[in-house]
Ligand binder design. Structure first.
Ligand SMILES: Cc1cc2nc3c(=O)[nH]c(=O)nc-3n(C[C@H](O)[C@H](O)[C@H](O)COP(=O)(O)O)c2cc1C
Length: 328
């Protein structure tokens, strides 16, 4: 990175704001963005103080969250008229950036890839509300499959038997997670850091309600008391898995980029989405999620898609807290 136009402070703010709006496990936002010394690129670092070790001991969800931030940075770069060349895990080592974006080149076209997704970055929210029973049209499903495939990840929209299997495994995992005091305490800690959840001030909720609203962990067809009654949820949720052939940090970063690309595109199409992560968090339920007849073996994420009310914006860290100082 030696030639090109240096990123201005305003550019860096646009980038960091977009990166910071990515979805993350428990809204942990485990990222830091550091301009390269020549100001022609941006490094994405993991903020390990914001890891979620009980739920995510291997850092799989952390890397998916970082990957989602990387995709938002690519879109924001296109919005700024720059070409983003991404290198994942440039040095492989733990303390190194998980990704580096070379932003030195101007975009090659007037409509660079991703620029049209930029407004969806701020418009995308997890929607944990009941959806209608309207099917996602095949043409949109095909677009979402292509979007994931372009990131090296397989998106599979599940048939009824697959949906029922995933919901059963999610219910089983949820019960096991609820019985694990370490994980419960960890989830509560993250929830306390959020001043509100889905627009509802936590202080206004009773303790039980507060638990029941933990990132829709109750959405399994058997929601706990005080959540929206099961019959108000769609009769058969439309679920999709994101799967990869291998399983390691690079695939997790790719999955995060695919998830965000699919989610932003879905948002542009007027779809809502949320994540059902419970079954992926426990090794044996994750193993049983595999359906090798449908796609690659490693299930990285389960997405619920459909039409319904938008979710509310969740709080985010300030740009100053995620963007490292520019020196020189
Ligand atoms: C790896 C990962 C796992 C997640 N797991 C869940 C989950 O199990 N249930 C849920 O409702 N949301 C889940 N989410 C969504 C986050 O809670 C959500 O992105 C975060 O609270 C920020 O809100 P937003 O998506 O509306 O911006 C997950 C997100 C990621 C990236």
């Amino acid at each position: 990175m030696t030639t090109g136009t240096a990123l201005t402070t305003a550019d860096l703010r646009v980038l960091a704001e977009a990166g910071g709006l990515a979805p993350s496990l428990h809204n942990s936002q485990p990222w830091r963005f550091r301009p390269t010394p020549d100001l022609l690129g941006l490094e994405v670092h993991a903020d390990l103080n914001r890891a979620v070790p009980a739920a995510d001991p291997d850092g799989r969800a952390l890397h998916i969250s970082l990957g989602a931030a990387v995709f938002n940075l690519r879109v924001a770069a296109a919005h700024l008229g720059r070409e983003a060349v991404v290198q994942l895990l440039p040095n492989g080592a733990e303390a190194q950036p998980r990704a580096v974006l070379d932003l030195s080149a101007p975009a090659r076209s007037a409509q660079p890839f991703g620029a049209d997704l930029y407004p969806a970055i701020a418009g995308r929210h997890s929607s944990r509300h009941p959806f209608t029973n309207r099917d996602v049209p095949e043409a949109i499903v095909a677009d979402l499959i292509t979007a994931a495939r372009d990131e090296g990840v397989t998106l599979t929209v599940l048939e009824e038997h697959g949906v029922r299997r995933v919901l059963d495994l999610t219910a089983e995992a949820e019960a096991r997670i609820a019985a694990d005091v370490t994980r419960e305490a960890e989830t509560r800690r993250w929830l306390r850091l959020e001043p509100s959840f889905d627009g509802i001030p936590l202080a206004a909720l009773g303790e039980h309600d507060r638990d029941a609203r933990v990132p829709m962990r109750g959405f399994t067809g058997h929601p706990p008391r005080h959540t929206t009654p099961a019959e108000r949820f769609e009769a058969l949720p439309q679920l999709a898995t994101l799967t990869t052939h291998s399983d390691g940090q690079a695939e997790w970063l790719r999955t995060g980029q695919a998830m965000e690309r699919v989610w932003l595109l879905a948002t542009v199409h007027g779809l809502r989405a949320s994540v059902l992560h419970q079954a992926v968090e426990i090794p044996d339920t994750r193993w049983r999620l595999r359906d090798t007849a449908e796609g690659p073996a490693n299930v990285q994420l389960v997405l619920r898609l459909g039409y319904g009310p938008p979710g509310a914006a969740s709080p985010r860290r300030r740009v100053e807290d995620v963007l490292d100082q520019v020196y020189g």
